[in-house]
Design a protein around this ligand. Structure first.
Ligand code: AMP
Length: 542
């Protein structure tokens, strides 16, 4: 027998509908590409999303067609998100820091029909445009501008397009399992792979991140996602913000510490989210300016491990609780968040710090386990000590990558994250390592294998390994460990020059260490764990 309750599909359009009806006067503050500030409201975001939905409709696309965005966190970008997903199209957010070749690959792979972009990225768009196979319309998310018209003669301007439509529009009712948005991750081997979220997974994830033991988001909050909208949908915050009706502060391109301190103090931001690199810049800038960040009651740190000194600085100097969270593109992203249980409240400050250093525990809706083999199914003990492969399942976890038939899951239906971790009996997660050969620098991935292969192509190098070294500012940076060929002269700067025209500047290793031998396993694989133990701290000052 079925229950007798209404069924309504869980749709992204219902979130903007809710914000427009019940939180119309809540502010959305946005820094533009020219660094001016626009103050708008959820009411206006709602109206403009309906205007842009009609523009998209006029292009005659079919349900599920992809619309790409290359843009900062700003109000037009936010409106376009709701317009795209709300009208049944798929919002494909693209990371502008990708290599142009990768960018072209993913736009063609996704077969994007429209490309929305901020003026900042005009040179990039101009350079890649001749290589894009599917894009029919280029839309600039800035005020009309002759320089943009000159570079891209058939460009359309968002403001001009929406001006021709009214805010009267009824969102289509579609299946809640329909695709809503697409993010590519380079946190995998080979070409970037697409993760295709659904309306249902997005709505459920938004509920989960809003819960008190996650980010605890309410209508009284002023939320600032510093994490870009092209990084796993700014961790889902633009959706949760509409659901809660909180004030939203979108920092645009101003991600430096001083700009962020300015926004926090001016708009009384109560919760902000970003990777450790961002917070380091913020702490330095606040210390320099003497700001106490008085309004900031909590900040969310994820994307890389939060250093203990950072947790302490936020608590001791700024009276700000740091919520350490873990997740990935494949998990929407929230997999765990660190909030205390009742039994922790009586602990000493030092003991509490130890609890807070873990990546936290899963919210209802996802489940975690540790197995003794990559993609294995045998779970190890939840004792806080036994390390193994972290796996996850739940309502907002990937099943298979975009346009790939084969399942991304283990034989019993879990997703293997590639992270090495422990879980304790309460489900607190501690990430200790990564099984994938990737380096995460300031929130961006660098492939160590790619850098190694390039180094192996150098005529004077016999063997090369690239590993992640700890770094105070960027969390991790690549360093190259190399064996020279016999009787050759080779120095570090020759290698830097060698990389210069082959990879983006920020991907070039920070240091080259010449060695006589590199440890190998029985099967001849380089033992990078041993190299990390030996050289992993060479970039630290102490
Ligand atoms: P991405 O898909 O780019 O968001 O990257 C996800 C990966 O970032 C995870 O698989 C982890 O390796 C790493 N990561 C995310 N959050 C944390 C954290 N709090 N501590 C340590 N590593 C993290």
């Amino acid at each position: 027998m079925l229950g007798n309750m209404m069924f309504q599909p869980l749709l992204i359009s219902s979130m903007i509908e809710h914000a427009g009806r019940y939180h119309a006067d809540s502010l959305v503050i946005s820094k533009n590409t020219d660094l001016s500030i626009t103050e708008t409201t959820w009411g206006q975001i709602h109206d403009n999303s309906k205007r842009f939905a009609q523009v998209l409709q006029s292009f005659g696309f079919v349900l599920g067609d992809r619309v790409a965005t290359i843009a900062w966190n700003n109000h037009r970008h936010l409106e376009s998100w709701y317009a795209i997903s709300g009208s049944g199209l798929v919002c494909h957010t693209i990371n502008p820091r990708l290599f142009p070749e990768q960018l072209v690959f993913i736009i063609n792979d996704a077969a994007d029909k429209v490309l929305l972009f901020d003026k900042t990225f005009l040179p990039l768009i101009k350079a890649v445009k001749p290589l894009l196979k599917s894009v029919e319309h280029y839309i600039c998310l800035d005020a009309p501008d002759d320089a943009v018209r000159e570079a891209i003669p058939d460009v359309l301007f968002y403001d001009e397009l929406i001006a021709g439509h009214s805010a009267q529009f009824t969102w289509p009712v579609i299946d809640e399992l329909s695709a809503s948005s697409l993010c590519y991750t380079s946190g995998t081997t080979g070409n970037p792979k697409g993760v295709l979220y659904s309306h249902r997974s997005t709505v459920l994830h938004s509920y989960a991140i809003s819960m008190p033991d996650s980010l605890n988001i309410s209508a009284r909050d002023v939320m600032m996602p510093v994490v870009p909208m092209f990084h796993v949908n700014a961790w889902g915050t633009p959706y949760a913000a509409a659901m809660a009706g909180c004030t939203l502060v979108l920092p645009g391109p101003g991600l430096d510490g001083a700009s962020l301190v300015g926004l926090i103090d001016r708009y009384k931001v109560s919760v902000a989210l970003g990777v450790p690199t961002i917070w380091q810049g913020l702490i330095n800038a606040a210390q320099q300016s003497g700001s106490q960040l008085t309004s900031l009651s909590r900040n969310v740190v994820g994307g890389s491990a939060c250093p203990p000194a950072m947790l302490k600085a936020f608590k001791d100097q700024f009276n700000c609780e740091t919520i350490h969270a873990w997740g990935m593109t494949e998990t929407s992203p929230l997999g765990s968040a660190n909030q205390f249980k009742a039994k922790h409240m009586g602990l000493s400050d030092e003991e509490k710090l130890q609890v807070r250093l873990s990546q936290g525990r899963p919210p209802f809706g996802v489940d975690l386990r540790i197995t003794d083999e990559e993609n294995g199914t045998h779970e190890v003990s939840r004792d806080g000590e036994t390390t193994g492969n972290l796996q996850i399942k739940g309502h907002w976890i990937i099943k298979n990558y975009f346009a790939k038939e084969n399942s991304a899951l283990t034989s019993d239906g879990w997703f293997d994250t590639g992270d090495i971790a422990t879980l304790n009996e309460d489900g607190y997660l501690k990430i200790s390592d990564r099984s994938k050969d990737l380096i995460k620098s300031g929130g961006e991935w660098i492939s160590s294998v790619y850098l190694e292969n390039l180094a192996m192509g150098h005529p004077k190098i016999a063997m090369a390994a690239v590993i992640a070294a700890e770094h105070e500012k960027w969390d991790e940076r690549p360093i190259l460990i190399a064996i020279k060929k016999p009787d050759v002269d080779l120095n570090e700067s020759e290698i830097f020059d060698f990389y210069a025209d082959k990879v983006a500047k920020w991907q070039i290793p920070d240091k080259v260490i010449f060695v006589e031998s590199i440890p190998l396993s029985g099967t001849g694989k380089m033992l990078k764990k041993d190299l990390r133990e030996q050289f992993g701290k060479v970039l630290l000052s102490t």
